[in-house]
Design a protein around this ligand. Sequence first.
Ligand SMILES: Nc1nc2c(ncn2[C@@H]2O[C@H](COP(=O)(O)OP(=O)(O)OP(=O)(O)O)[C@@H](O)[C@H]2O)c(=O)[nH]1
Ligand SMILES: [Mg+2]
Length: 295
Amino acid sequence: MAGISDRKTKTKTLNLRLPIHASHLPQHPHLRTHRSPRKKTPKSKGGSEPATSTLPAAAAATNGPRLAHPRTVRPGPEAPPNGPPQSIRPSLGSTGDFYDVAFKVMLVGDSGVGKTCLLVRFKDGAFLAGTFISTVGIDFRNKVLDVDGMKVKLQIWDTAGQERFRSVTHAYYRDAHALLLLYDITNKDSFDNIQAWLTEIQEYAQQDVVLMLLGNKVDSTQDRVVKREDGEKLAKEYGLPFMETSARTGLNVDLAFTAIAKELKQRSAKAPSEPRFRLHDYVKREGRGVSCCRL
Ligand SMILES: Nc1nc2c(ncn2[C@@H]2O[C@H](COP(=O)(O)OP(=O)(O)OP(=O)(O)O)[C@@H](O)[C@H]2O)c(=O)[nH]1
Ligand SMILES: [Mg+2]
């Protein structure tokens, strides 16, 4: 297995890869625009990393990923209160897209697990092959989905997995309606760090945030070191919906975001007339295995 630290990496601003308009970027004081050397992905065990504790309340949850522990919310300078989902009335987004309701989704997980690639695959239908360019700070892309006749806008925040940007990311958790937590099936450390990420989420995110666990790079069958069953077991332990994905082939990528959008839309409905959407069941039913797709 090629460890993350073994790879040829380069760090530069995400803007170079995601050509979003500069005016869309939050003026966060921690946002960096300079290149800096890549550091090894932090380990959760020991050191200054978040303690690796379990989330018993989350584990007990059977109907979703709610983290029931009381927590201290530490909003950052750019984190407005996370109220209910935005306006149900049709709105015109800054990119000219009409939407009925909008939500914020955050991608989190160790550096190199494929967060940026997953977002680019979902937004543009392409895969960013080649030199790994690590995200600096945080950035976002918008995509409007048609969910059962309603235009649902997802504002998807792509965070930097490197430890040195962690304080930047913390400031945005509170504003997120949903989190996609990724590990890399070819990198055991990234899987072992999931518990630490959950602890961090428990501390900084909203209590009712929608959370899904994704094991990415499932196309790399030769390099797999985390079994699918281990991912499923961990997800079950914490009451999380789980899927394996590939930003390279696109396997389950649209499904992951669509599932999140469906769940958020359902939650935003004031008087839901339709049958209750069940995120766990939907993901289990619709998720596809590796064998379905060739490279
Ligand atoms: N085989 C394979 N490689 C992938 C996949 N997703 C990402 N990669 C590769 O993994 C490396 C890291 O991908 P990124 O998306 O930049 O990782 P990241 O999680 O955004 O990393 P940070 O920005 O540092 O937090 C790149 O070399 C990608 O080409 C995947 O699904 N399959
Ligand atoms: Mg990235």
